[in-house]
Design a protein around this ligand. Structure first.
Ligand SMILES: *Cc1c(COP(=O)(O)O)cnc(C)c1O
Length: 533
């Protein structure tokens, strides 16, 4: 790796400020400057030969008939392949190096998962196929459902939610349906300060008022404050365990008991199940609903490589309210897809409805079940042990360089949390994140959780080796030291990436998602042309 050292720092890219001469193409060695596909090709060209189109328009199209040509760029097949391959090379991937994003559990997706998911019987099924032709797919869904229930000690599971946040909505809708069935219109959901942003967003989306529960000095939910706030208006709590400070909520059972005694339900954000799988069953802690991110704990790909999948395990109290459809084994041994509220065999009249048109993410189910069966009970327990070991290694090797606000709270779980305390005046967490890009690493999660100033959350996962972790740790130490020493050059990082510092706020608030220019003509729209969108 050509990591620059602090003393001899020289930007080497073709921006004219370093030793390297700018190139005529804008490309730097094999890192190519790639235009948008609309800039590469006009609409008058095409990569394929079409027959002459008939003049008259098919009357069946009615008012949907196109009045002008589709403005689509036309490239040949090799040009198209190169365009997308070049773009893919500007991306970072778990197959290139570690992805220490805290809270995201970016772990290696074993190739065995891919091999099984690509078997035609799984890869080529269509949701509208006749039921008799997809019995094997139902078996996979039912068996995965079985193991998710077994691993969590819960009663039922809704398989159709498409991601963690979608699963949260599913769980909260179950809670609402259960309360409405009791004629109990409660209005408030309590969410700890350190919660993932999706938790309050979900509760608000489902129509609840959200109130924050403070954290203790050691980074856990304040049980006494929670108990004080419980009452007849509280529908439930949403608690992440292990929490987003990387700590196990030791009072979870006491929290559940108190919430239940007050007539509410307990939603657990199970995104961090990786740290406790095979060790702790959330059902034993009194949880009523919990989503599982198959794309985190059970290694199916996520981020740009998704789609994800967020099954929700449910307690006995909430299971009757879960969404349709679901799979169930019939007396004759076959697996049936229950799609209606009232079948003779399965009365599911209390179901709140559906989360999605179909049954969930088949490819993710296949990968997750492959992962579970190939690891076995002992292997899954070792996942939890190794990811916690790795995170503690990171925590203890970095706490002399970076401030670890909860380092004294004991061992962490699956992720190590640091703050920006101790950096030189004018230097921030952002500088460390950008510096890490030049070091060849994807940055850790930054500025989350909000309870810690300038947070840096590192989740190594169990799939990194000690050597790999040592390289990451050395780079973080190096960049953190530069930020502590006040090395001005760090403000310019990243120097080696295709783009330097972007206006990330603008990009998030005013994304330009549609091509604004003339096909075939390079043109970047000005902000005023783009306007508020
Ligand atoms: C990832 C995550 C979520 C959201 O899951 P998605 O699958 O991204 O929707 C919710 N809570 C926590 C703690 C997470 O880490």
């Amino acid at each position: 790796m050509n990591a620059p050292n602090a003393s001899g720092w020289k930007p080497a890219m073709g921006d004219g400020s370093g030793e390297a001469a700018p190139t005529s193409s804008g490309d730097a060695a094999l890192m190519l400057e790639e235009k948008l596909i609309f800039e590469l090709a006009g609409c008058d060209t095409t990569g394929v030969d079409f027959d002459e189109q008939p003049g008259e328009i098919d009357p069946a199209l009615g008012r949907f008939a196109r009045k002008q040509r589709a403005q689509l760029p036309g490239l040949s097949e090799p040009e198209t392949v190169r365009h997308y391959t070049r773009l893919s090379r500007q991306n970072y991937a778990i197959d290139l190096g570690p992805f220490p994003l805290g809270s995201c559990t970016m772990k290696h997706n074993p190739r065995l998962n891919e091999k099984v998911a690509r078997m035609p019987g799984f890869a080529d099924v269509h949701p509208l196929q006749p039921v008799d032709t997809v019995r094997g797919a139902f078996e996979v869904m039912n068996e995965l459902a079985h193991w998710l229930i077994e691993l969590t000690g819960m009663h039922g599971v809704a398989m159709s939610p498409k991601a963690g946040a979608h699963g949260e909505l599913c769980g909260i809708l179950c809670i609402r349906a259960a309360l409405e069935a009791q004629g109990d219109a409660r209005e408030v959901i309590l969410v700890p300060e350190s919660a993932h942003g999706t938790n309050p967003a979900t509760a608000a989306f489902a129509g609840y008022k959200v109130e924050a529960i403070p954290a203790t000095k050691e980074g856990r939910v304040d049980l006494a404050k929670l108990k004080e706030r419980l009452g007849p208006d509280v529908a439930g709590v949403m608690i992440t365990n292990p929490n987003t400070c990387g700590l196990f909520e030791r009072d979870m059972k006491a929290i559940s008991d108190a919430v239940h005694a007050a007539g509410g339900y307990v939603y657990c954000d199970g995104a961090n199940f990786n740290a406790i799988v095979g060790k702790v069953r959330p059902g034993d802690l009194g949880v009523d609903a919990m989503h599982i991110n198959l794309h985190k704990t059970f290694s199916t790909p996520h981020g740009g490589g998704g789609p994800g999948s967020g099954p929700v395990v449910l307690s006995e109290a909430l299971s009757p309210y879960g969404p349709l459809p679901f799979t169930a084994r019939m007396e004759d041994g076959t697996v049936h897809l229950v799609e209606e509220e009232s079948l003779k065999e399965f009365d599911h009249a209390k179901s709140f409805g559906r989360m999605a048109a179909f049954h969930g993410q088949m490819g993710m189910f296949t990968r997750a079940l492959t992962y579970i069966l190939s690891h076995g009970a002992d292997g899954l327990r070792q996942v939890a042990e190794d990811c916690v070991l790795n995170a503690n290694y990171v925590l203890r090797r970095l706490e002399d360089t970076l401030d670890a606000p909860y380092g004294a709270s004991g061992p962490c779980m699956h992720e190590a949390l640091f703050s920006d305390d101790g950096l030189a005046e004018g230097f921030s967490t952002l500088d460390i994140a950008k510096g890490l890009i030049d070091e060849g690493f994807h940055p850790m999660t930054v500025y989350f959780p909000l309870v810690v100033h300038g947070a840096m959350l590192v989740e190594p996962t169990e799939t990194e080796s000690k050597d790999g972790l040592d390289r990451l740790i050395e780079s973080i130490r190096h960049v953190a030291q530069r930020a502590k020493d006040g090395d001005e050059a760090l403000h310019g990082a990243p120097y080696y990436a295709p783009r330097r510092r972007l206006d990330e706020t603008q990009a998030a608030r005013k994304p330009v998602l549609a091509w604004q220019g003339e096909p075939g003509v390079p043109r970047i729209p000005t902000p005023s042309e783009v306007g508020d969108r």
